[in-house]
Design a protein around this ligand. Sequence first.
Ligand code: ADP
Ligand code: MG
Length: 486
Amino acid sequence: MQWEVVIGLETHTQLTTQTKIFSGSPTQFGAEPNTQTSPVDLALPGALPVMNRGAVERAIQFGLAIGATVAPHSVFARKNYFYPDLPKGYQISQMDLPIVQGGRVSFPLEVDGKTEIRSVQLTRAHLEEDAGKSLHEDYHGMTGIDLNRAGTPLLEIVTEPDMRSAAEAVAYAKALHALVTWLGICDGNMQEGSFRCDANVSVRPVGQKEFGTRCEIKNLNSFRFLEDAINYEVRRQIELIEDGGRVVQATRLYDPDKKETREMRSKEDAHDYRYFPDPDLPPLVVSAEWIARVKAAMPELPGAMRERFVRDYSLSEYDAAVLTQSKAMANYFEAVVAAAGKEQAKPAANWLMGDVASTLNREGIEIAAAPVAATQLALLLQRIADGTISNKIAKEVFGAMWDAKSDSAKLADDIIESKGLKQISDSGALEKIVDDVLAANTKSVEEFRAGKEQAINALMGQAMKASKGKANPAQLTELLKKKLTA
Ligand code: ADP
Ligand code: MG
């Protein structure tokens, strides 16, 4: 039997407001337990919530960025449940009328070695408050409750069940992560829980119309865990069904040490929460003027920037798409071009997607932490462009710039000078190299003269080697041809 995987994601993004969604307490991560709480967060009797305008504006930004409808009228509801870290006995969330409705997120996905553009339909994104935390670490043999996180603003972003593989779910999650950090509405810090995914997973026989029964894996806070948890869950469900069993709808937890999912509780239904509109909060009204103001203050979006890169710098669609995957990379690219000149746009793109990307990858750091600044890379590109060094030698210079301990030691010119890497363009020196190579490789010379034109490549390679890679390639080729046909 062939199986098709069906995945829908719910992502909790913590919004970057300084204060909580319904109180003035700070939202900073890592403070001493219970130092960032107010009567509202502690659920003291009589304390009333007040909506944080900044949280609403971040939700509006998100809606505009994904082409969704920003509801002119949305409603906060109480989601009732008991848990020690929820002193009110309910979470304030949006149920029937969320602030963001519809929209889509597009992203590149590699399928069978080819890159396709996929697009996932969003169901909704709604505002809600986070709960507190239970601290189970040994605390005098007891569990402690920290309410610092209680009331932190979240935007929960829900997709349609549109994804068909773990790889696609991860690609979507990465694109969403890039978008919310690009907008600055979420800091994207996954270790601190600012961006966490719940994966809804089901399987069905290929060709079947109806969806299978799903399980929901909660709180996946890394892309690796998201991928591994989905793959494990898919295998578990298929084996279960093939062994004659059936999937029971449930909420599951992923254990990264054992690499497996475990049932946490059988799935509750919406009616178990007795949702009802919160009488303490009036409906949220968002006027067209407010939306227009938020829109005017928004940064250029990745899609618009991609089009501009193609238009202004004559980059390919592919290059532009890769460079605009993160705002930091896009900004770095533009800073290199600003310093080196527009005609260096294509070389700059090649360097960023080549040596820079692979070095970042190897060291496991982001472009923002790169030890070579955009202006420093620009100087290197200029030395390639003016023929001082070849592209190959430039890789060596780049490595030295990367490893240099101080800014003053990162100057391409100084490194080229001190290591004696300057390209040999002096015709006397080149002529000597060519003569020696021709004399030592009579076989290749004869082959060339007998009509085998590729023989020049071997000679070129020998000459390059003899110059320790420093010969100016264009001049070298010209000289070789001249001597061979003389
Ligand atoms: P709840 O809020 O109870 O988790 P929803 O019906 O709002 O449930 O769905 C939550 C998520 O589950 C959505 O992302 C949706 O796309 C996804 N989903 C729904 N049905 C399935 C299914 N059969 N297989 C996989 N995902 C599903
Ligand atoms: Mg859910």
